[in-house]
Design a protein around this ligand. Sequence first.
Ligand SMILES: Cc1cc2nc3c(=O)[nH]c(=O)nc-3n(C[C@H](O)[C@H](O)[C@H](O)COP(=O)(O)O)c2cc1C
Length: 212
Amino acid sequence: MKTIILNGSPRKSWNTAMMLKEARKGAESAGAETEYIDLFDLSYTGCRSCLACKRKGAERCKCFWKDDLSPVIDRIFAADAMIIGSPIYLGDVTSQVHGLIERLHFCALSYDDYSNYFSGRVDVGVILTMNAPKAYFDLAYGQKAKEMEQVFKALNGSVEVYACCDTLQVNDYSRYNMADFDADHKKEMREKQFPQDLENAFRMGARLGGGR
Ligand SMILES: Cc1cc2nc3c(=O)[nH]c(=O)nc-3n(C[C@H](O)[C@H](O)[C@H](O)COP(=O)(O)O)c2cc1C
């Protein structure tokens, strides 16, 4: 069983990465072979509309643009499970994650009848991290989570979305112009809530890495 893990945060050791590394441990504990990729290390853009994937006779589910992302797209389609994490930036996933979604989705989409070229199955876990507390997530970002669920259904597997809320954004709030945040509350969330989030990420990894 192969699980591919994609970090859509530019920070390689903060909240999103910590959650994903825990998910990776979970997947490996269930016997999965894992690959971990920091998307911000790769050089790519969103879809360039070259339409090579729509050419008659073109191999299906293949992004033909020559950059760092196309081989990753090949490996996602070949995996048993994918776990992708993103911080929420301005109410959305990061631009790297959005670019990946465009290209993954578009090369599997038929422009003849809007059916799905992809006939395999990849189970998907999405981890979203954010400043917003859970209540605000439910109110404002729940729709985004549903959209993520919908978009990854194109991989024909199960899709689960986990919201890791009220994260610690910096270690020392007193050094930044971030007066809107209650530093004591953030520290408390990091000490009490975040360990539970990490445990849930481990469990997600174990579920997805363990296969069907
Ligand atoms: C450019 C930028 C935009 C952000 N926008 C939001 C937002 O709209 N809502 C929110 O809840 N948090 C927002 N945040 C906070 C991050 O989502 C949060 O700190 C996240 O846990 C960071 O993940 P990381 O530690 O893996 O980098 C934003 C952070 C940055 C840098």
